[in-house]
Write a protein that binds this ligand. Structure first.
Ligand SMILES: [Zn+2]
Length: 443
């Protein structure tokens, strides 16, 4: 099946950031076959069976990549947003009380809808019952890099600490080689596993040659623990353990000293930058300019709906621009084009998929997004990058294609109904909401 996308401003995000003001993209099956101007497209001869997809004069960009999420935490949204030490006092216990296999599945479906409708075509996830998240990805058609959490305490899907290691191995065996789902090993954080188990989870990632993602340098108590127990930073301890590698995707990285950044650069570690959840938690602004200078790949991460609240990158684009510019007192830092680049190619590099995803180039996967420019907030639009970063929000996303299949058109999901998915989630949330009441003083 061939699809010709016409009447769009194409932001290719290739090496030169080539833009076609009146461009066309030909998709053949799951891949991009041709990219060019309307004039160039006249000589493409795609054949009689080509489907024409009119972009309505909107902006066509590569699918957005969300490099850090806990998609099934949807039921937690707006619970305890302003509560101190929330993770340990509230999130972990409530998760163990009330998170179930079915709730993970239904929440994942709902969260994936939110991401697709916001132009996210690939996401990295860390949670429990991760096979349910994988099922949801297949049903809705999004690309997922999914990791079962490994942590040194009992969880909702494993009564024994570190049960996630075995669960994770089963999950990898079950899903490796899937068209949309890539299994990942996901040790929770530097502070919530023993050094030995950090290493063992890394060995699991090596054994199956899959990515390894973990929360790093996110918490003050984490930095303090490593200072007092080892006299080192978490990243130095990770280096000692031999778990810094091209496959390592470190989420957050707020508290990064020079040496830690050098270690990341030397070992090819990439970063999931979660500006929304980090600043909402009052933690700080990760030193992305310094990391970029060292060549460290970085993409955006929404984090879960309990930490970042919305699962879209448009919110993060603005937060990122405003916080980084303010932090460094420099309006010229990160022009809008660089921010869109980080949301597309940056994310693709962070997950080692830069040859397949992240830009609109011939031969790459057809993961594409059209943002309309007809809405009240989108006019005028002199600079399309500025419009995406500073004017747009998720509701301007009109059309989304993943792997050559149109999943969103006219701002509506095509494969399933959002209303139905929401209803199913709501029905499943009863016991969870009841359990949340036990934490009344925190919510
Ligand atoms: Zn997280």
């Amino acid at each position: 099946m061939k699809t010709m996308i016409t009447n769009v401003r194409v932001l290719t995000m290739n090496g030169e950031n080539k833009v076609y003001e009146d461009g066309c993209v030909l998709v053949d099956g799951s891949r991009i076959a041709r990219v060019g101007s309307r004039q160039e497209a006249e000589s493409w001869n795609p054949g009689p069976d080509v489907r024409i997809l009119d972009g309505g004069g909107g902006i066509l960009l590569p699918g957005l990549v969300n490099t850090h999420c806990h998609v099934s935490m949807m039921p937690f949204r707006t619970l305890g947003d302003d509560c101190a030490d929330r993770l340990r006092r509230f999130l972990f216990p409530l998760e163990n009380d009330a998170m179930t296999r079915t709730l993970v599945y239904r929440a994942a479906k709902y969260g994936i809808c939110e991401m697709l409708l916001a132009g996210i075509t690939t996401f990295v996830d860390m949670y429990y019952f991760e096979d349910e998240v994988a099922k949801a990805c297949e049903e809705l058609g999004i690309r997922g890099f999914l990791g079962e959490t490994v942590i040194g305490q009992p969880t909702c899907d494993s009564p024994e600490p570190y049960g996630g290691l075995e669960y994770g191995e089963r999950f990898i065996n079950e899903w490796k080689g899937n068209r949309l789902v890539t299994p990942v090993v996901a040790p929770h954080a530097t502070y919530s596993l023993s050094p030995e188990m950090l290493k063992r989870s890394f060995e699991l990632a090596e054994k199956y040659d899959v990515p390894y993602t973990i929360h790093v340098c996110e918490m003050e108590h984490e930095m303090e623990k490593f200072r007092t127990e080892y006299g080192k930073t978490p990243v130095e301890v990770m280096a000692d353990l031999g778990i810094l590698d091209r496959r390592t995707l470190a989420a957050h990285c707020v508290y990064m000293e020079e040496k830690a950044m050098e270690l990341f650069a030397r070992h090819g570690v990439s970063v999931a930058h979660c500006i929304g959840s980090n600043t909402k938690g009052g933690r700080g602004v990760a030193p992305i300019p310094a990391m970029e200078k060292l060549g460290i790949a970085a993409g955006f991460g929404t984090d879960g709906a309990s930490s970042g609240n919305t699962l879209d990158l448009f919110t993060l684009f603005k937060l990122f621009a405003n916080f980084q510019k303010t932090e460094h007192h420099d309006r010229t830092l990160f022009p809008a084009c660089d921010i869109v680049k980080m949301g597309t190619m940056g994310g693709a590099r962070a997950i080692g998929m830069e040859r397949e995803l992240g830009s609109i180039e011939e031969g790459k996967k057809a993961d594409l997004v059209i943002v309309e420019t007809d809405s009240v907030n989108m006019f005028p639009c002199y600079n399309p990058y500025s419009a995406l970063v500073y004017s747009a929000n998720a509701s301007n996303v009109d059309t989304v294609m993943v792997d050559g299949e149109v999943l969103v058109r006219g701002k509506r999901l095509l494969r399933d109904s959002l209303e139905g998915i929401r209803e199913e989630l709501e029905m499943e949330m009863g016991p969870f909401m009841k359990a949340a009441e036990n934490y009344g003083e925190m919510i």
